[in-house]
Design a protein. Structure first.
Length: 484
């Protein structure tokens, strides 16, 4: 399937005018929107799966195998890296999740050609940014996915200008992009802020010395991409050491960049004048893997999580061993076995290689079932305990004090209607539901669909009782004349 620019990005505000949208049924099928015809005959557009819920019946241990998809957080910068060249970039192991669709739409809205693989190759995507016409990331896209700001650096580097919406607030904290902006200024870009947008321009970026005040993952990635095409050498210090940063550098080096040290705190980049196309396989998703690992430990299961990189899971696996879980590690899989009671263990989130903030919510669910009290400290984001309240509604005993949550464990959970508030919070509720007594209904599962590929199917394949239910639509109404 080929997405062509005339269909621009999707999402509520970016949906094309009704008449354009309905020009052909086949065109419609290419868009992740559902056309809903109301009783009065008018049509509305609902992003696909927006209204879906999960119904989960707890009590089954996870058994067997679950295969991990490609890392969303590695795929997003890799897709943005395609902006740096006029040749095709072929990316494999791209997860089929909503954030990836959003990024595809963003690239398409700029004039990129994005080709999706079929059948067995459906995790492959080819991006060609030969004719970029519109170096802009609009608010409608940035607000649904903050990682859209990853296009800022590549756009200025390749096109000499970029217009990217400021992300604004989000469920888990302020998440500013001041460090991206400061870094681009160090590389010689002129930055203006107007009408909620950052406008950056530069004839050609030049190498510079960037010392990050605070460790930022996408900030490191954004500036690494910008510096790859800058004139001269860039030295970046206090960089994020996440595996996703190293994976992006591996892709950029295949494209002809000269980057050393990615994956450590100091990165050196010798700028080149041109980058070429490349083929690259995205690393496995360590957060998805970790979520299944915790779910297995929690449900007292015997599960092998396959197609992952256990070396990326060290902090989590160590913590689980402290909790009394039996962990056995193979080259690309982890087997989790837990036949006995979990023991409480405190945890603090840290930058990689520390315990990831993206696993904090899932770990909190585990702590609710461990014997003893666990103190969980969130050091990366200031408002990342949204799941705590929902877990309390299911029977957990959690007290939040600033950046600390005190979890008194081993309280039985019971099924309830709960709301997903952000991606990882939602995952923590799904796994809580797996051990809750009775039925849990999770609303707003579109948050989960942002970053987990068919999580309900994967869990179902491992003995869980979970199903997705869609919105109950009115009986198929008469399609207005000229629409079909
Ligand atoms: C990335 C991940 C996200 C993860 C987070 C931390 C992607 C697409 N997302 O998000 O899943 O939870 O890392 O591991 O990879 N900060 C500033 N100024 C900036 C940038 C960041 O103050 O310019 C602060 C943030 O508010 C936060 C901290 O730095 O407190 C870390 O944020 P950052 O690493 O940038 O997170 P993201 O890259 O957005």
């Amino acid at each position: 399937m080929k997405i062509v620019p005339k269909h621009r990005a999707t999402g509520s505000a970016a949906v094309p005018a009704v008449s354009n949208l309905l020009k052909g049924v086949n065109d419609l099928k290419k868009l992740p929107v559902r056309v809903k015809v109301r009783f009065d005959g008018s049509a509305v557009y609902v992003p696909e799966n927006l209204m879906d819920k999960f119904v989960v019946r707890g009590g089954n241990p996870l058994l067997g195998n679950i295969r991990v998809s490609g890392a969303k957080n590695a795929a997003l910068p890799a897709m943005a890296a395609a902006i740096l060249t006029d040749e095709p970039v072929v990316l494999e192991n791209i997860p089929d999740v909503r954030d990836i669709q959003t990024e595809r739409n963003l690239l398409v809205s700029m004039g990129a050609e994005v080709e999706l693989g079929y059948g067995k190759a459906h995790h492959r995507t080819t991006i060609c940014c030969r004719d970029l016409v519109n170096p802009e990331a609009a608010y409608e896209l940035v607000k649904t996915m903050r990682a859209s700001t990853l296009v800022l650096g590549p756009l200025v580097a390749r096109m000499g200008r970029a217009r990217v919406s400021l992300p604004g607030g989000c469920a888990i904290g302020a998440r500013p992009i001041d460090l991206h902006i400061k870094g681009l200024e160090q590389l010689g870009a002129t930055i203006r802020q107007e009408h909620g947008y950052i406008e950056a321009s530069a004839e050609r970026l030049r190498g510079g010395h960037i010392v990050f005040d605070k460790i930022t993952v996408t900030g490191t990635e954004d500036l690494m991409m910008a510096a790859a095409l800058a004139q001269g050498e860039t030295l970046m210090e206090n960089c994020a050491r996440e595996p996703e940063v190293a994976d992006l550098a591996a892709l950029l080096n295949k494209m002809g960049a000269r980057i050393e040290g990615a994956g450590t705190a100091t990165i050196r980049i010798k700028g080149v004048t041109k980058l070429s196309g490349a083929r690259h396989r995205i690393i496995p998703d360590r957060i998805e893997a970790g979520t299944f690992v915790i779910a297995a430990a929690l449900t007292g299961g015997d599960l092998t999580v396959t197609n992952c990189d256990p070396s990326h899971l060290s902090a989590l696996l160590q913590k689980l061993q402290e909790c009394g879980v039996t962990v056995s590690v193979q080259r690309d899989s982890v087997r989790i076995k837990n036949g006995h009671r979990l023991k409480a263990a405190g945890m603090s989130t840290e930058e990689y290689p520390g315990f990831p903030t993206d696993m904090q919510a899932q770990y909190m669910t585990l702590a609710t079932q461990a014997e003893g009290t666990s103190v969980i400290t969130e050091n990366i984001f200031e408002n990342r305990f949204m799941h705590a309240q929902e877990l309390v509604r299911m029977g957990a005993n959690i007290k939040v004090e600033g950046s600390r949550a005190i979890v008194r464990g081993h309280t039985p959970l019971s099924g309830a209607a709960v709301q997903c508030s952000d991606l990882r919070a939602s995952a923590s509720l799904v796994i809580a539901a797996l051990v809750a007594e009775g039925e849990t209904i999770l609303d707003r599962v579109y948050h989960i669909d942002r970053g987990y590929e068919r999580i309900e199917e994967k869990l179902k394949g491992a003995n869980a009782q979970i199903r997705r239910i869609g919105e109950i639509l009115p009986k198929r109404a008469q399609v207005p004349a000229g629409v079909a």
